[in-house]
Design a binder for this molecule. Structure first.
Ligand SMILES: [Zn+2]
Length: 201
């Protein structure tokens, strides 16, 4: 998922302050594993909810992204642009906040979120936004939803915020390579595989 607006700078000292108070790395493993299950359920539930209204990629989108993505990703991904509604935060957020997670990514702040192979957006797809989300689709394809959810939660706990989640760093880094020079072709699938093999995700 990709953040829509940067939060005002004055928010960061507050969230950093909470991070200092809360050592996420000491959370009980059973609790962490419960969070991972809840995130996986949220992903799969959201995919099911949005899939009926989602459509295949447009020919113009496919031609822009074809050099970078496997054909099966481009043919299987579905997209949906929401109009007048926003993606709700997961139901478990209120519980997670009580547990001390004060800087969970707010989903209404996100431009778009990918649920396995269904990309749901709050605004029309620019190529760089779609690129970012399709990196997540590749991550899902290589890891499976369960492992993706586990790594997303683990990344958040270890890094302390959305920006530090390795799955997001991977998507932002590859997106920025694409945005800087679309003529410099590379394989997103190979990049994601290399990050996994190197233990970076
Ligand atoms: Zn993302």
């Amino acid at each position: 998922m990709k953040r829509l607006l940067q939060k005002p700078a004055f928010n960061y000292p507050i969230t950093n302050f909470f991070n200092l108070l809360m050592d996420f790395s000491n959370l009980p493993p059973a609790l962490v594993s419960q969070l991972m299950d809840m995130v996986e359920d949220y992903i799969l539930g959201s995919r099911k909810k949005f899939l009926p209204d989602a459509i295949p990629l447009l020919p113009s989108q496919i031609s822009a992204l074809q050099p970078f993505f496997p054909a099966e990703i481009l043919s299987s991904v579905r997209t949906l642009v929401l109009n007048g509604t926003r993606i709700p935060n997961p139901a478990f957020y209120s519980m997670a906040r009580m547990m001390g997670f004060h800087n969970l990514p707010d989903f209404s702040d996100m431009t778009a979120i990918t649920f396995v192979d269904v990309v749901v957006s709050h605004e029309k797809f620019a190529d760089d936004l779609l690129f970012h989300e399709l990196v997540h689709a590749v991550q899902y394809a290589q890891l499976g939803a369960k492992d993706f959810a586990s790594r997303y939660v683990k990344g958040f706990i270890q890094g302390g915020c959305y920006e530090e989640i390795p799955l997001e760093k991977n998507a932002y880094e590859l997106e920025s390579r694409f945005s800087q020079d679309q003529a410099q072709v590379f394989s997103v699938a190979d990049e994601v595989r290399q990050w996994i093999a190197a233990g970076k995700l």
